[in-house]
Design a binder for this molecule. Structure first.
Ligand code: OAD
Length: 247
């Protein structure tokens, strides 16, 4: 066991409560591309054309094509050992739950019980007008055009688009967890998108020990991170779990 893993494991063992914050990197090994960087989703689909609320309102059918590709990617994906390690950390009482920026439902599928979805969940569609929500079904909703709801308006994925607020419940609960935690595990996020990127800062300001797991360094790494575990989350998180069992 290296010193870094020992330090991270000891923090998770001795400091409570703990919480995890995750981003697209944790699902990379489940076959879901990240947003930024080479081969990222935004390279093919520029966010100002496909991911803003203005783009959706201007042309839902155009934006829907992007979502159809996303739905297809998501439907073929399964949780990986990184997701499962977080579920086990929750089961052991080391973390209270996961605050995720991801919209893929994979934490829940891995067994995490407490999952705060900061940017929504793309397995569901909603209507803006009446807030009707239903699970996406390719046989019912699939096609070239955004499906219409019973009220005649286009149904959209239940996700936060750029230009929209974070759902208030998720926003408040995440802030409370971040403020109160004594150890935070920050996994696979580039720390570029706010307000999500503020959560680790908030935890740090309140004295939490920050463990960061990422394949690359981020703006957090040399500022607020105490221990940086470099590598794919599907390898680093199970290793961390093993170290926790060994100490
Ligand atoms: P990004 O795509 O910005 O960053 C992904 C991070 O994961 C990077 O720091 C990578 O180095 C890291 N990474 C890649 N593979 C990894 C692996 N196998 N294990 C661990 N880390 C890995 O994704 P997010 O930070 O999640 O929001 O992006 C935040 C938000 O920006 C998203 O929720 C989405 C996007 O625009 C909206 O669409 C509103």
């Amino acid at each position: 066991m290296t010193d870094l893993y020992r330090q991270a494991a000891e923090a998770l063992k001795n400091l409570t409560p703990g919480v995890a914050v995750t981003g697209a990197g944790i699902s990379a090994e489940s076959g879901i591309p990240t947003f930024r960087g080479e081969g990222g989703i935004w390279e093919k689909y520029p966010p100002d054309e496909y991911a803003t609320i203005e783009a959706w309102n201007a042309n839902p059918d155009k934006v829907w094509k992007f979502w159809m590709e996303m739905f297809e990617t998501l439907s073929g994906s399964e949780p990986n050992p990184g997701h499962r390690a977080l579920a086990e950390l929750e089961e052991q009482g080391r973390i209270q739950g996961v605050i995720t920026q991801n919209i893929d439902n994979l934490h829940q599928e891995a067994g995490s019980k407490k999952v705060i979805e900061y940017h929504g969940n793309a397995r569901y569609l909603v209507t803006d007008k009446f807030g009707h929500r239903e699970r996406f079904d390719p046989n019912i909703h699939g096609g070239d055009r955004a499906p219409l709801s019973f009220d005649g308006t286009a149904m959209r994925p239940d996700v936060v688009m750029f230009g929209e607020p974070i759902p208030s419940g998720a926003m408040v609960e995440s802030a409370l967890l971040a403020e109160a935690c004594k150890v935070m595990l920050v996994v696979g996020t580039s720390a570029q998108v706010y307000p999500g990127a503020r959560l680790p800062m908030l935890a740090h300001q309140n004295g939490a020990f920050i463990i960061e797991a990422n394949t690359e360094e981020t703006d957090f790494t040399h500022t607020i991170t105490h221990v940086f575990l470099k590598g794919p989350a599907g390898e680093t998180l199970p290793k961390l779990l093993d170290c926790l069992k060994a100490i």
